[in-house]
Write a new protein. Structure first.
Length: 195
């Protein structure tokens, strides 16, 4: 009986030792570890819509890991759908504002923002949010009724410059560009100088 117990212990030890060996290398997904790529699969980012990346460290347009972006899988007017890894001829309305993306023939200049599409009313805001997809317009607020638009109403012109109204104090009808300057400690003509 002791001999049999000894054999069972020996076989069990061998089985446990073989189960405890370290696993082999992980071969799933990208192998980018911060170094220079050695093969195309080192550059894979698992994103369909930005194309298939290649390993070409000597290329002029290679990134710091030696990877080069491949051609985009979908050409305009087709739209790339990441969720299904396909190209679609249908023009989606991702923000559900009733206007399709301009990149595929619609009139929505920002299909991620439901408050931004062609024909929307431009709102007076100092952050320069373009509601109507027209960088030459901005909201029309004239609280004091002097005919000059509040300087707080702005829109980014697309080149990084803010286009804004010109009334430096929309709470006073006597203050607006072109008004005559009076001696009253106010900037009556909005030229940036008091009296």
């Amino acid at each position: 009986m002791q001999k049999r117990s000894w054999v069972v212990v020996l076989v069990s030890s061998v089985l446990l030792a073989s189960c405890g060996s370290s696993p082999g290398p992980d071969d799933s997904g990208s192998r980018r570890d911060g170094g220079i790529c050695a093969e195309d699969r080192d550059c894979e980012d698992d994103v369909y819509c930005n194309g298939v990346e290649r390993c070409d460290p000597g290329a002029r347009d290679a990134d710091e890991a030696g990877c080069v972006s491949g051609p985009l899988p979908c050409e305009a007017p087709r739209v790339c759908l990441e969720s299904t890894a396909t190209c679609s001829d249908e023009c989606p309305d991702l923000d559900r504002d009733g206007h399709a993306d301009a990149r595929c023939g619609g009139d929505d200049c920002d299909d991620d923002d439901p408050d931004r599409y062609a024909g929307n009313v431009e709102v007076c805001d100092s952050r320069g949010h373009d509601e109507d997809c027209d960088p030459t317009t901005f909201g029309r607020r004239d609280v004091d009724g002097d005919g000059a638009i509040d300087a707080a109403c702005c829109n980014d012109d697309g080149a990084g410059t803010q286009r804004c109204g010109t009334d430096c104090d929309d709470t006073r009808g006597s203050v607006a560009p072109g008004n005559v300057e009076a001696c009253n400690l106010l900037d009556d003509d909005c030229d940036g100088r008091v009296d």
